[in-house]
Ligand binder design. Sequence first.
Ligand code: KG4
Ligand code: ZN
Length: 336
Amino acid sequence: MNITKILAIETSCDETSAAVVADGKYILSNVISSQIKFHREFGGVVPEIASRKHIENIVPVVRRALMEARCDFEDIDAVAVTQGPGLVGALLVGLSFGKAAAYALNVPLIGVNHLVGHIYAGFLTGEEVNFPLISLVVSGGHTSIIYIKNHGDFEILGQTRDDAAGEVFDKVARAMGLGYPGGPEIEKLARKGDAQRIKFPRAWLEEGSYDFSFSGLKSAVLNYLHNAKQRKEEVSFEDTAAAFQEAVVDVLVEKTIRAASEKEVDTILLVGGVAANQRLREEMASSADKKGLKLIVPPPILCTDNAAMIACAAYYQLKMGNCSDLFLNAEADLQL
Ligand code: KG4
Ligand code: ZN
């Protein structure tokens, strides 16, 4: 029996990651080297620093991925790499390495869209994934509801018109003096807070719309904090975090469930960095359950950026003959 081993590289933002995945489902290794400590003092990702750190990390990270997978370069059947969207300088590091590796090994090169990678994390859970399905992709750069009829067949039903969900988590966290990335920090605080005490707005937009808008919510939270400070009133950061998180979760869950009903699918796939949020996972699970929908959510480590999801997406692209040539270029705003 022939097993296809794909070496994947992901360098779209601030994680240098390399993975070896067999047959699109067995993770042999998934090494993630986070640069967070280098960006933290700036309150967000600094693109120049990200590129430099990727250059320093890429070789050791790939070596470790091969070692953990008990592989040599010669065992690799194809090389996958994130083409975009992301920071162009950061993407170029992984892309250059991936091209060189594919050329030297004389194996196919597969350029993968980062969003598609997030979606395919759902195929690494060991659960059966049946089409058609609705996927909510929520990350630091994207908030999209996608109708997926089959492998490679994606239709965006709605997306954010301003900030992505992860981005507002990061901005609100920053306004409260919390560390970067803000999502996990807000989640931790929210656990100790009362989500009902403060009311923040939910932007439902036009009737039937699957788009999102989070900038109004962000302003409402920032104004609330600012006004309280002006009046020298004490603010409960726990309650603020909980009320903010609830406002984000409410809209994400309601629109995703509505899309699933309208498209008459049986399965919802919740992916992307914000899908690591426990409150979102719980609420999506309970709403899906009420409607008799199956919910697939990868473990948190496969929700945030990692190369295993890129390898998995690449496996299905390889099967469809969707490979790249050595002219493949990084695209900061690559569309689905
Ligand atoms: O998918 P990802 O690792 O990178 C992008 O493609 O953007 O997502 C990162 C985003 C950040 O904005 C981070 O704050 C958010 O995901 N995030 C969370 C949680 N963990 C990460 N947001 C809410 N709750 C979390 N537990
Ligand atoms: Zn991502």
